[in-house]
Write a protein that binds this ligand. Sequence first.
Ligand code: NAD
Ligand code: DAU
Length: 354
Amino acid sequence: MTATKNILITGGAGFIGSHVVRLFVNKYPDYHIINLDKLTYAGNLANLKDIEDKPNYTFVKADICDYDKMLELIREYEVGGIIHLAAESHVDRSIKDPFTFARTNVMGTLSLLEAARQNWNGDYEGKRFYHISTDEVYGTLEFDGTFFTETTSYDPHSPYSASKAGSDHFVRAYHDTYGLPTIVTNCSNNYGPYQFPEKLIPLFINNIRKEKPLPVYGKGENVRDWLYVVDHARAIDLIFHEGKLADTYNIGGFNEWKNIDLIKVIIKTVDKLLGNPEGTSEKLITYVTDRAGHDLRYAIDSTKLKNELGWEPSLQFEEGIEKTVQWYLDNQEWMDQITSGDYEKYYEMMYKER
Ligand code: NAD
Ligand code: DAU
């Protein structure tokens, strides 16, 4: 692929986006990486401290829904490649505030697609619009050993997954209607450093450290398929450069965990690293009202990505989870900065409602 080397990464101050920005800035010194982020509650420039002064990196604070701004930025930086991660990403928030999810995830993606189309104006040589999506668009699975594949029909159940499904459809429609050079990938649950502590793994690590309750939704029997975030970033790099245009790839590590079993691994690992006797924090487990519309099981089949592009996860889960717990324990200042103030109030309110 001969994409121009000016790459716009949206949502680069968030969890996955910051890992993608870091990887591209360090690995491709001859690229110019433009990180566009609105800096919502989930965006944090502290996630990128180590690369912020690199000469091939620029940060722009903007909202993807601002179509005129998207037009201007793509023109100004002569953007040839777009890796689109900006989104509202938390299912529980989408249940409380679906409009924000439709606005950012659907209208924001459309605004970016149209701005790319207008700027590229049919000259698609070397161009690429890569949209990062989720396995949640496929709906839910039973405990029957089946997997989501690239041809599984969409069946979203939450306002979050419905909005991501809408954005995926727009991306594919822009290829089919206007020939825009698009790619979509659907990934399973990510974990690792810099994840906002409203999501299960960082929330529970932080609550154990503070000896606060661990709110397990329902019976804790739902299953998620976990992938270390750096492996997702590696897959994005590979697919951006070598993936087939107009195609879809599923990304996942064949690593399913029932929530309650995963929670016990987190407890064991945190207790071990804090020097507590094994099992100390199990008393914090608190079963609470289930999430509305809670999908039972996700499981991604990423065989196509392995067979066509040779991607495989690099980390075993046991190693990844220990590294992750250690990172959160070593970076308490990062966590405390996020969880103070408004977020603390939001969390207490959400917790009381369950
Ligand atoms: P995140 O919530 O940590 O980060 C989202 C980023 O987008 C933040 O920096 C935020 O400031 C920015 N943003 C939000 N609205 C914006 C707007 N209107 N304009 C510009 N920037 C805006 O999310 P994440 O977990 O890093 O997820 C990134 C992407 O990957 C999302 O598209 C998500 O759907 C997808 N995804 C996430 C997972 C996962 O497990 N976290 C798995 C598969 C796919
Ligand atoms: O599958 C990919 C998706 O994974 C991404 O598209 C989303 O952006 C990302 O947020 C994630 O969605 P989940 O809803 O699966 O992640 P979350 O960490 O919120 O929850 C994981 C599981 O843990 C889920 O079954 C709900 C449960 N849970 C979550 C929280 C926050 C609890 O039991 N208690 C909790 O407090």
